[in-house]
Design a protein around this ligand. Sequence first.
Ligand code: ZN
Length: 374
Amino acid sequence: MKQDYYDILGIGKNASTAEIKKAYRKKAIEYHPDKNPGDAKAEEMFKTAAEAYEVLSDPNKKARYDQYGHAAFEGGGFGGGGGMNMDDIFSQFGDIFGSAFGGGGFGGFSGFGGGGQQRRVKGSNLRIRVKLTLEEVANGVEKTVKVRRKVQAEGVTYTTCATCGGRGQVTKITNTILGRMQTAATCNVCGGSGQTIDKKPNEADAHGMIVKEETVSIKIPGGVEEGMQLKVSGKGNDAPGNGVPGDLLVAIETEEHNTLKREGDNLHYDLYISFSEAVLGTSKEIDSVTGKVRIKLEAGIQSGKILRLRGKGITSLNGYGAGDLLVHVNVWTPKEANKEQREFFERMQNHENFMPNPEKSDKSFFEKVKDMFS
Ligand code: ZN
């Protein structure tokens, strides 16, 4: 059982952005690995606090967490909750502590587990946007995109950096908000990779890199929402030398559908039928995210009736089934009537069949709405 993110940071559910940040700052300092060397429990707390902050500081993730709890981040390919490594945590620090930490493009912290361990340089992230139709959102989709990535040029050779001796870092004493600390700063000659370029082809840049167009396939799960961000690991820019590639960050955009409106995992469809269709009964073809669906309307159907097509909504992002398609029946009353039509309705208006006589089962609009959400 995972601990509640609010409890981890010691704040209430109504905490402001500033309060969340302040609470995390406090925890990060308390459990910082440089202050608690070799303390596995502190390390765990440090990671847990970072994870809690990662979610609660992001309005989108926070909203999902408030609604679904930890389940919001299970399944699916989303970052946030779980799986944060030390690089991710330290890259948050620029935001939290200012430039004293994590300065420079490659992060600058001493790493973990007793020093002397070389941090691997990570290539920069790339960002793209992907626009999805409602059908793609509902069912999930695999998108193929072209990405211009930096990759190592062929024929580049490296040699060990003379300044840092291949460690990628130089040790120095720094005054930080944690007090005087020995930190390992990134070597500014090799940029932290521990290697400098020996030979490179002409078309390569100073780091031995060239830009190459690559086709990347992105699996997008059903149920995503506008503004969400997916991460494709390793499809950002490659890092020079023996580093690890950055990530490709995919921002989700969604198109509006002409007739279907989304609300959470449910979809709504407004169906208009004529007065005669309501009296005689009919069948209608309506839109759904899996194509047209034909539905039958019984004779005597009331305006305001909601027909629920189970499982015809949006696939749940958490992998628990799908929402429903709710068809709202609206009976269209003629706005004009000719002489013949008027006479017909005048003859009928006192007939008992035309007298409103709602039964228990013809619930009021408000009761239906209540039912829908319960
Ligand atoms: Zn160096």
